[in-house]
Design a protein around this ligand. Structure first.
Ligand SMILES: Nc1nc2c(ncn2[C@@H]2O[C@H](COP(=O)(O)OP(=O)(O)OP(=O)(O)O)[C@@H](O)[C@H]2O)c(=O)[nH]1
Ligand SMILES: [Mg+2]
Length: 294
């Protein structure tokens, strides 16, 4: 807790099925890319906080892994991260793609009694008439939610959502310095950007089997230097990440460097190597190595 500049402050857990648009919403509200976004499901692996100042309130949004189960040690960690975010939360955003039916929301209601706002995402995919029809499907549950706000991260107008949020936050001093954007370190943000490039540039299952260890980050006057390893589970995956003549890892490297340079506002030298750690998602090596420690 840093200082008492605000009358209202609180933690908002952003939860919902994988691919609902949780990380996209957080980046869009912050107007900074700090969270990994991918059209592939299961992108976010760890809880992370984004600090938003809106009028005289501080809203700490907690990005979480999507609700899904697959039974590996890493999946268990992801589930626990989502549960931990609920324990910290004063309020919850339940995010659902406007295209989805209410089944995921009904499952959420069956297990969670926390005060929440239903946020229907990707409304840009629908006509006005269709939006109203889809919003109406949540009306039978209106006694359970504090508010329902349709959004489009693409269009980017979040005033209605933030106004509704502030209404339900407790009176409390700010938790973080308002100049801070996130609780992630620069190293962790770099790691997520490299992971995003893996999701972006590699097809199929490989990004799921992959993770990134940033071994060193050193700041220079003109250029920062980052040495990182992409870790996969098998030889065949390593071959895909490298690509023929190193073409795939080059694409991943230049996409990551582009994102990191934009974020840091500075030139970056990025060295990426590829390594195999067999079955790492099952915890054959300590998941804390990847920052996934409980
Ligand atoms: N058209 C449209 N697409 C969106 C919008 N918000 C998110 N998306 C897309 O939805 C996909 C999933 O977005 P993410 O933000 O990674 O979803 P997530 O809920 O964080 O997913 P996990 O981390 O896997 O749980 C990406 O391809 C986004 O570009 C939106 O408002 N409109
Ligand atoms: Mg995400």
């Amino acid at each position: 807790m840093r200082r008492a500049t605000s009358s209202k402050a609180g933690f908002v857990a952003v939860i919902g099925r994988t691919n609902a648009g949780k990380s996209t919403l957080i980046n869009a509200i912050l107007k900074e890319r700090i969270a990994l976004v991918s059209h592939k499901a299961g992108a976010t692996r760890k809880r992370q906080k984004a600090i938003v100042t809106y009028k005289d309130a501080q809203i700490v949004l907690i990005d979480t892994p999507g609700i899904e189960k697959r039974g590996r040690k890493l999946d268990e960690f992801m589930q626990k991260e989502m549960m931990r975010s609920l324990q910290e939360a004063d309020l919850v955003y339940f995010l659902a793609d406007m295209a989805d039916d209410t089944a995921a929301y009904e499952r959420f209601l069956a297990v969670c009694r926390l005060p929440h706002i239903v946020v229907l995402t990707k409304m840009d995919n629908f006509t006005l008439q269709e939006r109203l029809r889809r919003i109406a499907r949540y009306q039978p549950f209106s006694a359970r939610f504090l508010g329902l706000v349709p959004i489009s991260a693409k269009r980017g107008d979040f005033a209605a959502l933030l106004e509704e949020t502030v209404k339900h936050l407790p009176e409390h001093p700010f938790y973080y310095d308002p100049d801070e954007l996130t609780d992630l370190s620069v190293r962790e943000i770099c790691k997520e950007m490299i992971r995003e490039a893996l999701f972006d540039k590699l097809s199929d299952e490989v990004p799921y089997s992959a993770d990134v260890i940033v071994d060193s980050f050193s700041e220079g006057q003109r250029i920062d230097k980052i040495y990182a390893r992409v870790v996969v589970e098998k030889e065949s995956q390593k071959a895909i990440v490298i690509g023929s003549g190193g073409s795939a890892i080059k694409r991943v490297g230049s996409r990551s460097r582009e994102m990191i340079e934009r974020f840091l506002g500075k030139k970056v030298f990025l060295s990426l190597s590829v390594e195999i750690m067999e079955n790492w998602r099952n915890g054959t090596i300590n998941l804390a190595k990847f920052g996934y420690d409980s």
